[in-house]
Design a protein around this ligand. Structure first.
Ligand code: PEP
Ligand code: MG
Length: 755
């Protein structure tokens, strides 16, 4: 039976549209259960109706016509109860309502199962049989299992249909939920960016002349290399040297020891050049894909993109390349950094990448360039997007296709509000984040990208509360050495001269995979992450620590924070390594030895909360990493859209824990701040102020909003608000309460434009 379910699901997956999928289902279910009738009804919430969409066995004339009210008949009962109903004498059931022209009286037994996706009844799957009998348990299980599998297929397929539906179709929702990749809102026409050439379609053919093919391929590689060099120099004024190093990685792929060598080997085997290219790329990608991790998959898309460029030269056909002639929203199966560099970025209003996660290279660059972006949409055919009007909501990860005028107006209004807000907030740039009663709260930035520095300084950040050192590591082809790291850290220190900078030691693992250091785990967020990796690899930790000490030789105001600490052993071991690195650097550089800068931990693993007293004896400060703390406390994967509604900063448990941390830190007399995204959330910031957090570190785009918030509150008032919020039981009550508080102070605009 399981095999049957799998086969049906696969067939349904291959269907071109929902209707075709449903027709396949009814046929296959009848075959599998030997029943005379199988029907699928789909729910239409606008009209509160269930429509018979496909049937094997019922009169074909009623298919598409028959509509039941949500609570009508046995089908309605299945939908209402949200559980299967198994009847051996359906016509005598009180809810039985024979449908005209459907000859239903002839069927004695009925088994119905609801099709539910994310708590929503999408429809009902029904089988009927003339013979009077109860369906067996394996049969019921089969239908229930199939319905559960079908639910996500139907949901996906419906979203696909909605995209292709004519603009005039009022039922097409055309709202897709993905990941927010870079914040902001964009409205505009879609420009689908196709790969330069379709590598996968190339047939195998023998080379007519091996020497001629070799000449051709070498020339194509040369041109592709020149193209990447040109792209790099075009981006030089827009991106910092760290981001630009991505192009060096591309050049490495194209050089003599990379892909080219393998393509040449394939030609020498007798293949014509395009197939040799495809075969070599496939080999590399197969290796990457067996590794099953995001960063390798992202690397394989970079590789494919580069190979396609070579192919274009090989085919000598550049006319088919899409051009960005007017400001548009860029849509691609997967937006790669190379693609981004090829286009005039000033004309990119927003970006939609079907694949990719918030940590993909393109997302990192999009953030740096300030382009609103969304990513991660399953099974959405991008070919249908060209020229369509889109709204990209990079705050919520939403994408709207051919939006209604009403929705467009709402978003246009938001953009205007956002612009006005930005202008209005400018006046806070040089003002301190001081409460009405005179308490100053340092506002710091979370960064790691050079492209962010200017913005951070412009908004008057008091320093860097979290320098994510893994970002420069992610943008390279191999571990940066001590000298390179020293240069990177020094450029950050120079940019923030006179302000404090907290370097977090390498925090990789989980969803942050280095392409050159693959970690394959079943449960990466509970696995080898952050300090766990660097303690297991002291050579990596020591090189980084030495680089930080060297870079900060002339910059006394630096701090070091340790990610993912779950026990004091880790703190002790990290301190020992830091001491060793400092000793070595002092010895190497001579002169007045520098002292150990302040060291702290990122408090993001729940176990550390209960060891604050012990940790406080060992370090100088604690910085709450609420992004991960929420993930671990609520047991919700921070990157999983399916459970994203459960991930909330306003969850009373999280608020209680944050308050507890604040109280415990005060008792232990250790300094504490917060560096998770919630510090940049206007409503959450009020609570953090009330709890006594001594610094808020956030995304540069949030600084001015939070400054305004702080300047409108009195610290005693914020404390009272915390006391009330701690008595609330649900996240939504906390949200509603805080929303009203801010609205009443005329600060509601800060929430709307930016959450
Ligand atoms: C956090 O977990 O809150 C944090 C600041 O770090 P990151 O988001 O980089 O894991
Ligand atoms: Mg973290």
């Amino acid at each position: 039976m399981l095999e049957r379910v799998r086969q049906i699901t696969q067939e349904v997956n291959r269907a071109e549209n929902t209707q075709q999928a449903l027709e396949a289902v009814v046929l296959r279910v009848c075959e599998s259960l030997g029943s005379e009738v199988c029907s699928v009804y789909l729910a239409d919430y606008d009209h509160q109706r269930l429509t018979l969409m496909a049937s094997k066995g019922l009169n074909p004339k009623v298919v598409g016509q028959l509509q039941l009210d949500f609570h009508q008949g046995i089908v309605g009962l299945v939908a209402q109860r949200e559980e299967p109903i198994n009847l051996d004498d359906a016509p005598n059931h009180p809810n039985f309502e024979p449908v005209e022209d459907a000859s239903e009286e002839a069927y004695q037994s009925l088994l119905g199962a609801p099709i539910i996706h994310q708590r929503r009844v999408l429809g009902v799957l029904v089988v009927q049989q003339k013979q009077r009998r109860k369906f067996s348990e394996p049969e019921v299980n089969f239908l229930v299992t199939l319905s559960a599998q079908l639910a996500s297929v139907i949901a996906r397929s419906e979203s696909r249909d909605q995209i292709t539906a004519p603009v005039s179709d009022p039922h097409a929702i055309r709202k897709l939920k993905g990941f927010p990749a870079a914040s902001g809102i964009a409205i505009g026409e879609a420009m689908v960016f196709y790969p330069p050439a379709d590598l996968s379609g190339i047939p195998d053919k023998p080379a007519k002349s091996i020497s001629a093919e070799l000449k051709r391929i070498k020339k194509a590689f040369q041109l592709a290399q020149a193209e990447v060099i040109a792209l790099k120099s075009r981006m030089e004024n827009t991106l910092g040297s760290e981001e630009l190093s991505l192009f060096d990685a591309y050049l490495n792929i194209l050089n003599d020891n990379g892909l080219k060598r393998d393509v040449i080997a394939e030609i020498e085997e007798g293949h014509w050049a395009p197939a040799a290219l495809r075969r070599a790329v496939d080999q590399h990608i197969r290796v990457f894909e067996t590794m099953e991790d995001t960063y390798f998959r992202e690397r394989s898309s970079d590789l494919k993109d580069l190979a396609r460029r070579v192919l274009v030269y090989l085919e000598d056909d550049r006319t088919a390349r899409p051009k960005l002639t007017k400001a548009s929203i860029l849509v691609a199966e997967e937006i790669t950094a190379a693609m981004l560099a090829e286009l005039p970025t000033e004309k990119i209003l927003g970006m939609v990448s079907m694949r990719g996660s918030p940590t993909s290279h393109a997302a990192i660059l999009a953030k740096a360039l300030g382009i609103p972006s969304v990513s991660g949409f399953d099974n959405v055919p991008i070919n249908n997007f060209e020229g369509k009007e889109l709204i990209v909501d990079g705050y919520k990860g939403l994408l709207f296709l051919s939006p209604s005028e009403g929705l467009k107006h709402q978003y246009e209004h938001l953009i205007i509000e956002e612009r006005q807000l930005t202008q209005e907030l400018e006046r806070y740039t040089s003002k301190p984040a001081k409460t009405i009663d005179g308490k100053v709260i340092p506002l710091l930035v979370n960064t790691g990208l050079m492209a962010d520095f200017e913005k951070s300084l412009h908004v008057g950040a008091d320093g860097v509360g979290l320098y994510r050192t893994e970002i420069p590591f992610l943008l390279r082809e191999q571990f940066p050495g001590e000298e390179e790291q020293t240069r990177i850290y020094r450029s950050a220190l120079e940019a923030f001269k006179g302000k404090s900078v907290t370097f977090r030691t390498l925090d990789i693992g989980g969803d942050k995979q280095l392409p050159y250091f693959p970690i394959v785990e079943d449960n990466p967020f509970l696995g080898w992450r952050g300090i766990r990796i660097t303690l297991d690899h002291p050579e990596i930790f020591l090189v980084q620590a030495r680089a930080i000490f060297k870079a900060s030789r002339d910059f006394p105001d630096i701090r070091i924070s340790l990610p993912m600490v779950s026990s004091v052993d880790e703190v002790d071991e990290a301190m020992r390594l830091l001491e060793q690195a400092l000793y070595e650097v002092n010895h190497e550089l001579g002169g007045v030895p520098r002292e150990m800068p302040e060291v702290g931990i990122i408090l993001e693993v729940p176990s550390a909360i209960y060891q604050i007293a012990q940790i406080a004896k060992r370090v100088n400060f604690l910085s709450v990493g609420s992004n991960d703390l929420a993930q671990y406390l609520l047991a919700v994967d921070r990157n999983n859209t399916r459970v994203s509604t459960l991930y909330s900063y306003y969850h009373p448990a999280l608020i209680t824990v944050l308050d507890l941390i604040a109280k415990e830190c005060s008792e232990q007399k250790i300094r504490f701040n917060i560096c998770g995204e919630m510090a940049g959330d206007p409503m959450a910031a009020v609570l953090l102020l009330g709890m006594g957090y001594q610094g808020l570190s956030m995304n540069a785009r949030s600084i001015l909003k939070i400054k305004k918030i702080i300047r409108h509150f009195d610290s005693a008032e914020a404390k009272q608000l915390v006391a009330h919020v701690l008595s609330l039981e649900k996240a939504k009550d906390v949200h509603t309460f805080l929303f009203e508080v801010l609205e009443n102070k005329g600060l509601g605009g800060l929430i709307r434009a930016g959450k």
